[in-house]
Design a protein around this ligand. Sequence first.
Ligand code: ZN
Length: 498
Amino acid sequence: MTFSNDANLKQHAGCKIIRAHTPPYKSNGIALACALQTAVWLVRKKEKPIIVLWMGNDLPARDVLESAMSVDLVDHLLGEGHCAADGVQFNLIDTTKLVTYEHETIVALGTSVLELEASQVLDTAGALIFVPLGERDLKAYMRLAPDSNRISWKEEEQSRELGFARTSVLQQKLSWYRQFYKVVASDTFGGENSSRYVPHDGTGRCRYCGNSPPDATFRWKSHAFPEQIGNKMLVDLAECDACNRHFGDMLDDDFAKWTQPWRSVFRVAGRKGIPTSKSGDGKMRVQADDVTHLKLYVSSIGESGLIESGENRIHLRVERQAYVPMAAYKCIVKMALAVMPADYASECEHLKKWILEKSHTFESYKFKPLSVWLQFVPVQTLNGSITYAVLRRTDSASRVPYLIFVLQFSHLHLQIALPMHEQDKALCDGKLFEIMPFPHIGGLAEVEAKFGRSEVRTVDLSGVERVKGEIETIPFKYEQRVELPNNSKRLGPTVSPC
Ligand SMILES: [Zn+2]
């Protein structure tokens, strides 16, 4: 979508305030998103950038806001009445308080034109951006403010709108998470060159072992998430060298082997580039020289490593290198702890101790099963970016896990419930427990129509013995296939799991 606010919103002769409007609001949130972007653009020049959101009383505020803002921002906005993003503060108000917001920048959605008139914001606000609910509201508003600037965006046609529609399954997942969880930490990063740092308590102590200088040194650059998943920039200043070495030796390598088949096929570039994988019999090799094309080297047609499963669809069966499941699981726990806000990190002391163990046994911590929910997302994250979120249960009586960590890199989406034996006693006692696969972009109607419904797999990583010769089957769809000399095939330009 290309968005334009005509970049030169006019203040009209005889009128001190800027007035603008979007086309009527539709539940996909584009109109609201464009209004907010315009407002952000307007307030950026101000010393105190504040945007006042005025929502009509009849609107389902949460649904409307979430169509244009992230869930954690909306949580904050509805809970506290305000939230901040990128240095801009958003205040949510109701009509009765509006008189105190003179000279402010107001985004009004779902308010009737009568309310606008009565509140006099058209004359007192610094700027007013009106998002009408329907054509009738727009017409009434234009009679009131004929000189208002029109905010528009391209690609308004019908087919685009399908792309933003949520399937009922996606809607169900969103409602479930909304009911039971709040996001306590989340970020998307990557594709940039500069480092960014995970928050730490500033005490100079290592977040895992608790040591501080001179008992601990902090000379090495510790990556909060392993570099193999494409993390080049998220750095942890509160991970000491000894813990860094321990994680490198005891966790990262097993996680790397467990994820290698996916990293090969989805072309995730780590420190050593994109890894190569082979089929169990060694007759097929999966290799990618760049992120757009995947090369398959096969020694004869009809290899067991490569199964045609329909038009432009293929199953690859690649062998995983030997790994210890529990170690791979602990690596995911380690990532969650790296980004865990301080309030909850203190409840996770047992997990820090567990991941610092010198061996992988159930004697040290008896929590079982160590499950990972795995989803393939058909649409790749942008520029190799990585997304994570930590979610905490809102209602202690709910039969859902206390802390959830989700991580997406490339097409791979991983989700765990952190082992919290005290808060999740019901889970440990084998009582009925509920978990929902985390919603992702594959649930949009357009994506699902193209790639089919994204499946969820539960993988049990409870094992403490080294697993050898495990075969991973990855179904995917490609756009073009070129047979190369010497029995190799090249798939491209887009290759996505299906
Ligand atoms: Zn340490």
